[in-house]
Write a protein that binds this ligand. Structure first.
Ligand SMILES: Cc1cn([C@H]2C[C@H](O)[C@@H](COP(=O)(O)OP(=O)(O)O[C@H]3O[C@H](C)C(=O)[C@H](O)[C@H]3O)O2)c(=O)[nH]c1=O
Length: 181
């Protein structure tokens, strides 16, 4: 496993070792001890999630608030996505900054997304299977979000908005200014 710092504080790009042979591939998708050795961060994940999306589906930007905030490590099991994170920690030197990465079933890269970040992804393949670990449980009512096309965050989705498929909830998310003033 290699772990690279991203431009956002405490957010890492994780590149698992991929073992290839005539049958296919093998990789350890998570190794707590090795991740802690490489980053100095020991995270105890308690919930695994999986979502399946079709082409053009955008899920995000989401976070859980306060004590329910979740650190996540996210990956693509099948297909290809543009994964986007935003630092929503007012005290962070990278507050309000975004970072995006292509995660797919070829590079098998992962993103470690710390508590206090907003997270979302756009499916770029016909179908994506997206898996992630969370270090805090899902808590309905604690969820927050920022609209995907927020003018202040100005995320470059590199995709025609009219072709995007979102939940009604995501279409109605507030702007950054409405949340942070
Ligand atoms: C997140 C979650 C949802 N649910 C239920 C609630 C709804 O009935 C249904 C779909 O939930 P939602 O529309 O919030 O799912 P996504 O839009 O994929 O939300 C996720 O999308 C972005 C990318 C994230 O990073 C978050 O993990 C999460 O917010 O699953 C649960 O039962 N447990 C859960 O942990």
């Amino acid at each position: 496993m290699q772990v690279e710092e991203t431009p956002l504080k405490d957010c890492f790009l994780v590149k698992p070792n991929i073992f290839k042979d005539h049958r296919g591939i093998f990789l350890e998708t998570y190794h707590r001890k090795r991740f802690a050795e490489l980053t100095g961060i020991d995270t105890e994940f308690v919930q695994d999630n999986q979502s399946v999306s079709s082409y053009g589906v955008l899920r995000g930007m989401h976070y859980q608030k306060g004590e329910f905030a979740q650190t996540k490590i996210v990956r693509v099991i099948y297909g290809k996505v543009l994964d986007v994170v935003v630092d929503l920690r007012p005290d962070s030197p990278t507050f309000k900054q975004t970072y995006s990465a292509i995660l797919d079933d070829q590079n098998l890269h992962q993103l470690y997304v710390p508590k206090g970040f907003g997270h979302g992804f756009l499916t770029l393949s016909a179908k994506s299977v997206f898996g992630y670990k969370c270090d805090n449980y899902y808590t309905p009512g604690s969820e927050g979000g920022i609209i995907f096309n927020d003018p202040d965050l100005n995320i470059d989705w590199d995709f025609p908005f009219k072709e995007m498929v979102l939940s009604d909830k995501d279409r109605d998310l507030p702007t950054f200014k409405e949340v942070f003033g």
